[in-house]
Design a binder for this molecule. Structure first.
Ligand SMILES: Cc1ncc(C[n+]2csc(CCOP(=O)(O)OP(=O)(O)O)c2C)c(N)n1
Ligand code: SF4
Length: 289
């Protein structure tokens, strides 16, 4: 992809040199170009954190919300304008911790959005506390004796809830991440792409080398992502070997909006409402005060 694509926004970032977030930004740009999108056709929603700064550095519509709350505005926007391509860029703390309940029910609702989780296994912005995906024994300033909690397994949760598309990648493989984003956007329904993203400043365990020595590609193995039990088995694999690629693709997934929007129907934001109808609605609320 050329550095001068329409999505490229040349500005200073506050990310540390070497951070995996730069690679994810590059993959997002690359995927949007490959999808043939225009900046006005795309909305990138985020919460709070280092990952959540991505919309600041991309030339497209963006919405930067609250920590743990990236998913609700993303659904709202998709429901109001189903013609938009809606991406969410979020951290593991943001999406799996503080936003964990939204994560679960977003998958159940199966709204057609693509969620890219920058999984650095820590809280980056707040300087390195443990996150829900930190491994047991991981030592931080606030967990000096090491993490004792069982890590949250986002892929296993997403598969158990029959998500439409569940994938994992390593940020350094920018072409792979981009191709998964393209596939996630093209898949109707909720797409989760968990991207292993080294935080060079605060995670000295899960480094580029650590991931590089462990990741392998499922698609080079004749793997069938429609096999739910196999997908579950792969989601549980972590440690010496870490599978990447499409773990699960639900052959029966049905997007929430398919129940309410008929093919060819205009998005809500483009429908005209007679003025009197809106006034009547407002007056109804006034009369109840
Ligand atoms: C409601 C709320 N809770 C907590 C915080 C403090 N806070 C901001 S970012 C963050 C963690 C960021 O970690 P993560 O979501 O994993 O993203 P990263 O910075 O690693 O990309 C926390 C706890 C906040 N801003 N708002
Ligand atoms: S603190 Fe970590 S996650 Fe945040 S920008 Fe620096 S390297 Fe990236």
């Amino acid at each position: 992809m050329s550095a001068t694509s329409e999505f490229h926004y040349e500005r200073e970032t506050s990310w540390c040199p070497g951070c995996g977030d730069f690679q994810i930004l590059k993959s997002v740009e690359q995927a949007l170009v490959a999808l043939g999108k225009k900046p006005g056709e795309v909305l990138v929603v985020s919460g709070i954190g280092q990952a959540a700064k991505l919309p600041h550095y991309l030339n497209a519509n963006g919405f930067n919300g609250l920590h743990g709350r990236a998913l609700p505005p993303a659904f709202g926007a998709k429901c109001a304008n189903h013609e938009l391509t809606v991406l969410v860029t979020t951290g593991d703390g943001d999406c799996y911790g503080e936003g964990g309940n939204h994560f679960i029910h977003a998958i159940r609702r199966n709204i057609d959005i693509t969620v890219i989780v920058h999984n650095n296994q820590i809280y980056g912005l707040t300087k390195g506390q443990a996150s829900p995906t930190s491994d047991i024994g991981f030592v931080t300033k606030t967990q000096p004796g090491g993490v004792v909690l069982t890590p949250f397994n986002p892929l296993a949760v997403a598969i158990s809830l029959e998500a439409a598309f569940v994938a994992r990648a390593f940020s350094k493989d920018t072409d792979h991440v981009a191709s998964l984003i393209v596939e996630g956007v093209k898949t109707p329904g909720f797409a989760l792409i968990d991207v292993l993203q080294p935080c060079v400043s605060f995670n000295k365990v899960n480094t580029y080398q650590w991931y590089q020595q462990r990741v392998y590609r499922l698609d080079e193995d004749g793997y069938d992502p429609a096999d739910k039990l196999k997908a579950f088995e792969k989601a549980l694999e972590w440690g010496e070997r870490i599978p990447t690629g499409v773990l699960y693709k639900n052959p029966r997934a049905e997007s929430y909006l398919d129940h309410f929007i008929k093919p060819g129907e205009k998005p809500l934001v483009k429908r005209e409402r007679p003025r009197g109808e809106i006034e009547a609605l407002v007056n109804e609320f006034y009369s109840e005060i």
